[in-house]
Design a protein around this ligand. Structure first.
Ligand code: SAM
Ligand code: SF4
Length: 465
């Protein structure tokens, strides 16, 4: 099968490097930038790429958005509240421009890729200087150059399913790095806008991914997180020459101490992948497996392609193969047509699985998706009551679930000083759960051995050993 999706060409990369050099020498170049990121890990990683390009242009990062000459909003549109928050903050920045007329406001990310959004920006938000979609991220140097040389606002939204390679990256943390393994999604869950704004699935080649991982190991990175909307689909567009399980096996042999990944779709979670995880040295014993609903009827309406029983079978397989594995999930309440009985099925599934953590969302209609056009949209008050019940249940169960770690030895990759006490540090254990332990700034970025001794506000506490 011929691969239809292409990496951006070497010529295009050189073209963008040309604009980077041009901006470097422009007298009207902004002296500092600030990127505001909304949404998922994929967006956080795109912001690291923006930071990489800006650094190469000789523009430095400002301490806060009020101090910057260029503010970029990297937006999300998965739920309505993310979109409203971004638009609110962008509008507020208009006030800052009164103090700093040089201020350039740019907006990028999924929201810009939404149908009709570019026109809305041109009409209603004329103070935005530059807007570009996720597909155009690699063209940022060219687009910024254009913006700096014209009085017009620049709006570019191309729906191109390309794979951007060789972009410079400034990573937010020294010890931890994201690696994108694939872009886009083909699943079209009926509630979800991602396939419309991030395009079709396209996998990076294993050679590219392994090369990036090898380079990160040489730089001393202790943990990598592999990113994709549905990592289990990895390689399907590469003529099935390398599956996600095979990719994981190759990455495991490189020697980076900790490897994790997200997100997995339950319908594509193979026995082969579970086996590779169980046999690996470096893949962490944790799994994010979004269930969305515990009701077969709703799962079908969501176009998820698995039943409750099939989901529970995957959970049992994971727990048998990797005892003690940390499990997390995503759940939506108030999906169109969700009855009390459907919701009780979700509550019941949560009690059956006992997750270590759950991200819970009220269904948010997204224009253009199949669910937005469904009858029986749920009264917001009912949805709000359901999410409260679900959160209370999860928090109660979590106390018991997480107490299984008490007395166990754990390795924590320290991220920073704890927000609760200046005498403690916090980070993630191997099971994906936050752990707080005594420490100081010298520990940041290091893997610290400790013993779990308690549980406080859904975080594990530990002593050093
Ligand atoms: N690809 C991942 C997956 O399949 O689970 C995650 C993608 S999405 C950015 C993250 C989560 O947002 C989903 O798992 C889902 O629970 C939630 N989500 C997506 N669309 C939603 C919507 N319209 N309303 C509420 N929650 C939504
Ligand atoms: Fe959205 Fe479903 Fe794709 Fe996840 S798998 S990004 S929820 S369409």
């Amino acid at each position: 099968m011929e691969r239809k999706i292409t990496e951006i060409s070497k010529e295009e990369i050189s073209r963008q490097r040309f604009f980077t050099e041009e901006i470097k020498n422009l007298p009207q170049k902004p002296s500092s930038y600030f990127v505001v990121t909304y949404g998922c890990q994929m967006n956080a990683h795109d912001s690291e790429k923006l930071a990489g390009m800006l650094t190469e242009m000789g523009i430095s990062e400002a301490a806060c958005r009020e101090d910057a000459d260029l503010v970029i909003f990297n937006t999300c549109c998965v739920r309505d509240n993310a979109e409203r928050k971004a638009l609110g903050n962008i509008t507020w920045l208009k006030e800052i421009r009164k103090r700093n007329p040089r201020l350039i406001i740019a907006v990028c990310g999924c929201m810009i890729q939404e149908p009709g959004m570019a026109e809305k920006i041109l009409r209603q938000y004329r103070f935005i200087n530059l807007a570009f979609g996720t597909s155009n991220l690699y063209r940022f140097p060219e687009l910024l150059f254009e913006t700096l040389n014209t009085d017009q606002n620049t709006v570019v939204v191309e729906k191109k399913d390309v794979i951007p390679e060789d972009l410079p990256i400034v990573r937010a943390r020294k010890e931890f790095a994201y690696i994108t393994v694939m872009y886009g999604c083909n699943n079209f869950c009926s509630y979800c806008i991602v396939p419309y704004v991030r395009g079709r699935e396209r996998s990076r080649t294993p050679e590219r991914i392994l090369c990036e991982a090898d380079d990160l190991l040489k730089k001393g990175v202790s943990e990598i997180m592999l990113l994709g909307q549905n990592v289990n689909s990895y390689g399907k567009d590469l003529d099935h020459t390398c599956s996600f399980a095979e990719l994981l096996k190759k990455l495991d042999s490189i020697g980076i101490p900790r490897i994790r990944f997200m997100t997995s779709h339950p319908k594509d979670l193979s026995d082969g992948l579970i086996e590779v995880m169980a046999e690996s040295k470096h893949i962490l014993p944790q799994f994010h497996l979004p269930v969305q609903s515990g009701s077969d009827r709703i799962l079908q309406k969501m176009n998820r392609h698995y039943t409750r029983d099939q989901y529970l079978d995957r959970v049992a397989k994971l727990r048998n193969a990797i005892p003690g594995i940390g499990l997390s999930t995503d759940i939506i309440v108030g999906f169109p047509g969700e009855t009390d009985s459907d919701f009780q099925d979700t509550m019941d599934l949560v009690k059956t699985v006992c997750y270590d953590s759950a991200f819970t969302f009220i269904y948010s209609p997204r224009v253009g998706t199949a669910a937005a056009a469904m009858q029986e949209q749920i009264d917001p008050e009912i949805s709000s009551q359901r999410i409260q019940d679900l959160i209370i249940l999860q928090e109660t169960l979590q106390q018991t679930t997480m107490s299984r770690f008490i007395g166990m030895q754990e390795e924590v990759l320290v991220e920073g000083i704890s927000r609760r006490s200046g005498l403690d540090v916090s980070g993630k254990g191997r099971h994906g759960i936050s752990v707080t332990l005594p420490g100081n700034t010298d520990d940041i970025g290091k893997i610290v051995q400790c013993r779990i001794n308690g549980l406080k506000n859904n975080t594990l506490t530990a002593e050093r050993i």
